[in-house]
Design a binder for this molecule. Structure first.
Ligand code: C5P
Length: 236
């Protein structure tokens, strides 16, 4: 296996970070979740009282806030979550709050925000994808990794699942973290977010023409992983 960037895209709660994290661990690649960067900018904007509709102000924030995204802490339960610091403050769990879920698609549709974060993603991807760092490569997860951030990635995966299954997974996760939300609420928010992410003008969620599409509905993470490993070995 040569050093590489594996691009993994898909809608909310499709299983891409669970499977991406495990794939990265197996290959000794860095796992990097780009969604946390959009979430972090959103959370910081909300926390600092920046008007979330003000593209100039939020864009400026995205350019100036110092984001530090670190691999998930080993051994932690549900350990696929990257640790995220914004200007030195650990906001790993704050960025998973339902209010961030509701606002993040507004922020991620802003050109200035996307430009600022894409530059950082390319820098990290190029460093790790070349195999010059302590890892053998990188699994980068998001919405536009295979289409915009790294269109030349040798392996692109598009991870999907039915809306109901994805909402069930997210609902279970929120309940486990003590968030009292109804399934219907989670489903409605998720469908709305997917629509915004797919219909926006800039880097909308799309399947890259050369991506391998995997529907994880009804599959366990192990089964998905097995399928991906077969495909990865053939392509890398
Ligand atoms: O993957 P996750 O659900 O954490 O992503 C949160 C949001 O960040 C998405 O709904 C989307 O609006 C935005 N995002 C994006 N491009 C990426 C990753 C995430 O626009 N590469």
């Amino acid at each position: 296996l040569r050093p590489a960037i594996i691009a993994m895209d898909g809608p909310a709660a499709s299983g891409k970070s669970t499977v991406g994290y495990r794939l990265a661990a197996l290959l000794d690649f860095l796992f990097f979740d780009t969604g946390v960067m959009y979430r972090a900018v959103t959370w910081v904007a909300l926390a600092r009282g920046v008007d979330i509709q003000d593209a100039e102000a939020v864009g400026r924030l995205a350019e100036t806030v110092e984001l530090d995204v670190r691999p998930p802490r080993a051994g932690e339960e549900d350990g696929r979550h990257c640790t995220v610091l914004a200007d030195g403050e650990d906001i790993t769990w704050q960025i998973r709050a339902p209010e961030v879920d509701r606002q993040v698609s507004v922020v991620s549709a802003m050109g200035r925000v996307r430009r600022a974060l894409t530059v950082q993603q390319r820098r990290i991807g190029q460093a790790y994808g070349a195999g010059t760092q302590e890892k053998a490569g990188i699994v980068m997860v998001g919405r536009d990794i295979g289409t915009v951030v790294f269109p030349q990635a040798p392996l692109k995966l598009y991870i999907d699942a039915s809306a109901e299954e994805r909402a069930r997974r997210r609902h279970r996760e929120l309940l486990a973290r003590g968030k009292a939300v109804s399934f219907e609420e989670v489903l409605a928010d998720m469908v709305r977010r997917d629509r915004l992410d797919s219909e926006r003008d800039l880097s909308p969620l799309r399947t890259a023409p050369d991506a391998l599409v995997i529907d994880t509905t009804g599959l366990t993470p192990d089964q998905v992983l097995e399928r991906i490993l077969d495909l990865a070995c053939a392509r890398l």
